[in-house]
Design a protein. Structure first.
Length: 183
């Protein structure tokens, strides 16, 4: 069973079908979707969140292939503000999005740290790889701050169009060193 995770300011709750309305409210904004994989339908359909949960996220969670959490502020736990996910896919192990009004506050860095710790600490995975649209500077900064390194550039299809796609990587050993208490 996927646990609820906590950070200084956030509660990360495993996704459920009850999250469809909150996702539908926060997700379909250009500043949220523009650098996501082109598989995301745009314009986002009125039933997009429910369809995604029923056909993709929840079945993958049940199979133990993906781990998805809603993001909620501890100060307002009833409000879904974003999503962070781990996937057992080649070159695509973590993804996230955050509603526009919560961007730029370091919240996704907190969420990413929590799920990366889960990936390496609980799931004991040896390697984390994360794809990003090259123009997505906010996402790039999260990878840089956590010690990931750019290992490859190819071309990717994103909601906004075709861009260079960067693949970032970190090993379990590298992560554990960054999480060790400083002497």
């Amino acid at each position: 069973m996927q646990p609820t995770l906590f950070t200084e300011r956030l509660i990360l709750c495993p996704l459920t079908l009850d999250d469809a309305e909150g996702i539908q409210q926060q997700f379909p904004h250009w500043e949220v979707v523009r650098y996501l994989n082109a598989l995301v339908p745009w314009p986002y359909p009125a039933n997009g969140a429910r369809t995604y949960l029923e056909q993709n996220a929840l079945p993958a969670m049940a199979r133990g292939e993906e781990w998805h959490w809603s993001l909620r502020l501890k100060s307002a736990p009833e409000q879904l503000i974003g999503n962070v996910s781990l996937m057992d896919e080649q070159d695509n192990n973590r993804g996230f999005w955050l509603g526009p009004q919560w961007q730029g506050q370091g919240l996704m860095s907190e969420a990413s740290t929590a799920v990366t710790d889960y990936w390496f600490g609980v799931l004991k995975r040896p390697l984390l790889r994360v794809p990003k649209a090259a123009p997505n500077l906010g996402s790039r900064r999260i990878s840089e701050r956590t010690g990931m390194r750019l290992i490859r550039t190819d071309e990717g299809e994103f909601v906004e169009g075709t861009f260079p796609r960067h693949i970032w990587e970190m090993t379990r050993e590298e992560w554990l060193k960054t999480q060790s208490p400083k002497s």
